[in-house]
Write a protein that binds this ligand. Structure first.
Ligand code: ZN
Length: 132
């Protein structure tokens, strides 16, 4: 585990959230992009070695839309940067944790990532993200 790559925050309206995170807290927007396979639009705002990742659902069926409906806006997931996503998955699987991704998927920036189900991780959706 190298560092927290980012903390994902589910929001209803990215521009309203940027009025806080960018305009008031002074964070800089490094990227803003649509990730169709996850059904979200994301904005990345670096803070030191990590980032805040704001997520907005693209449709009512996306996972983030369901999260907002159930729990409202707030912290959605924590992403850890690891050297090897596959090894991180096998480690948890061997100990009986419930994986969302049994094999890594390729992220919008070409890096490998995978999610672990919050049901088995104390309510926290964990993402592993592979180092470049
Ligand atoms: Zn993430």
């Amino acid at each position: 585990m190298n560092k927290i790559a980012h903390v994902g925050i589910a929001v209803k309206d990215l521009d309203a959230a940027l009025a806080l995170f960018r305009d008031v807290l002074g964070l800089h927007v490094e990227y803003r992009r649509v990730v169709p396979d996850q059904g979200v639009e994301i904005v990345g705002l670096p803070v030191g070695e990590s980032e805040i990742e704001l997520l907005r659902p693209l449709s009512e069926t996306s996972g983030v839309a369901k999260f907002l409906e159930k729990r409202g806006e707030g912290i959605h997931h924590i992403c850890f940067e690891v050297d090897d996503v596959e090894a991180a998955l096998r480690n948890l699987e061997a100990r009986g944790y419930e994986l969302i991704d049994k094999t890594p998927r390729i992220g919008s920036d070409g890096r490998r990532l995978a999610f672990v189900h919050p049901r088995s991780t104390h309510g926290v959706l964990i993402e592993f993200y592979e180092k470049k």
